[in-house]
Write a protein that binds this ligand. Structure first.
Ligand SMILES: NC(=O)c1ccc[n+]([C@@H]2O[C@H](COP(=O)([O-])OP(=O)(O)OC[C@H]3O[C@@H](n4cnc5c(N)ncnc54)[C@H](O)[C@@H]3O)[C@@H](O)[C@H]2O)c1
Length: 368
């Protein structure tokens, strides 16, 4: 297969989809790589580190030649013109949040495989996990900065000092993002409570982090109560493939303290906070109802070197499998991987996505 690696074009996105150490394995398996010049530059991987690949300037030749495009973020409007029938686009798609991209992929009959809906045999999300770990670990760092008065915050030190209390965190969603955020925030001295609707999840957190992280079953009443006293709320819920449920409502926000901070990590799935709007790395916040809102859809993009390495470590085996076996084989033999197929032959082939966007769902076998 010819595998294309274009440079990312989303605002402030510096990650690259394949790091140089994965190239040899792909070439040894008989595949060819075509890389857009500069694709890895901002993540600390210059063209010269990519050995035995074809390097071209600009995206057009990459999209034109490749059987499979491997990216980081969902294709942007300026990339739609490159779409062509049966080309595989393998990347984070987050289609429930971008209906216009979904229609374009369907219209042009692109095979859209989303990292974030691929499952492992145990039902975990192995290609979302590394970015969730990073976004979760970065969230308290972002919070620490935004709580400072020189960044427009209330002038609070996350961990406090003896005699001055630490900040309170509410984390909604105790999965990979939530647990990593809680773990780092408590390490920095904050007081953290994780809310989730999955009692087993809460049980495992409680048994492991008893005393340092508090857990709560997420009900509207309890969450409202905690939010009135919190300094930082982190939205970290997920229903794979679907739009994020709006767990933090306008009514709850109205009761939060002035200059308290909401970081909605789930913004890439449409956001877990009512009326939330996307922000960017360079313009990370806005204030509404006296509360600071931060909703950056590509948080790991700011640690592009670590994030590219972690992403490529996780995707490498899947890229190799797909390139060696093709889509038909994937559908026949690898059901957990086939859950990544969001669009195929002009159909929406992910049930939760189809439901979220009110589109017709066709299963992958029929679509093929
Ligand atoms: N902004 C970014 O840069 C970035 C990066 C990585 C991941 N994410 C997003 O972060 C979100 C969380 O990802 P994850 O990997 O931690 O998912 P996960 O599946 O590991 O965890 C999600 C948790 O949310 C819980 N949940 C679901 N509905 C809930 C509800 N109504 N109330 C409370 N809890 C609920 C689930 O029980 C689960 O424990 C996803 O939307 C993901 O796409 C964003």
């Amino acid at each position: 297969m010819i595998i294309g690696v274009p440079k990312e074009v989303k605002a402030d996105e510096k990650r690259v989809s394949i790091t140089p150490d994965k190239i040899k394995g792909l070439i040894d398996a008989g595949h060819k790589i075509i890389l857009e010049s500069g694709a890895g530059q901002d993540a600390g991987f210059p063209d010269s580190a990519y050995l035995n690949v074809e390097i071209v300037s600009g995206p057009a030749k990459v999209w034109e030649s490749a059987d499979m495009i491997v990216k980081v973020k969902e294709p942007q409007q300026e990339e739609f013109k490159h779409f062509r029938q049966n080309q595989i686009i393998f990347t984070y798609l987050h289609l429930a949040a971008v209906p216009e991209l979904t229609s374009e992929l369907v219209k042009t009959k692109v095979t859209g495989i989303a990292y974030e809906t691929i499952e492992s045999n145990s039902g975990s999300l192995p290609l979302l996990e590394p970015m969730s770990e990073i976004a979760g670990r970065l969230a308290p760092q972002i919070a620490a900065r935004l709580l400072q008065s020189d960044f427009g915050g209330p002038g609070k030190l996350l961990g406090g000092v003896p005699g001055a209390e630490p900040c309170r965190f509410v984390v909604v969603g105790g999965g990979t993002v939530g647990l990593n955020a809680a773990f780092i925030a408590t390490s920095l001295g904050a007081r953290v409570t994780i809310f989730d609707i999955n009692l087993d999840r809460l049980r495992s957190i409680e048994y492991r982090y008893r005393g340092s992280i508090k857990t709560m079953l997420s009900t509207e009443e309890k969450l409202t109560d905690y939010l009135t006293r919190t300094d930082v709320a982190i939205g970290a819920v997920l229903i794979p493939g679907a739009s994020a449920p709006k767990v933090i409502t306008e009514k709850m926000i109205n009761e939060m303290n002035p200059l308290s901070l909401i970081i909605d990590v789930a913004i890439d799935q449409g956001g877990s906070v009512e009326q939330i709007k996307s922000t960017t790395q360079s313009n990370p916040t806005y204030i509404k109802n006296d509360v600071i809102h931060c909703a950056i859809p590509n948080i790991p993009g700011s640690v592009a070197h670590t994030a590219s390495t972690a992403l490529s470590n996780a995707t490498y085996g899947h890229i190799l499998y797909l390139a060696n076996n093709g889509v038909e084989n994937l559908i026949a033999k690898n059901k957990p991987f086939a859950k990544g197929l969001n669009t195929l032959n002009g159909h929406v082939t992910h049930e939760a996505l189809a439901k979220s966007l009110d589109l017709k769902y066709v299963n992958v076998v029929e679509a093929l």
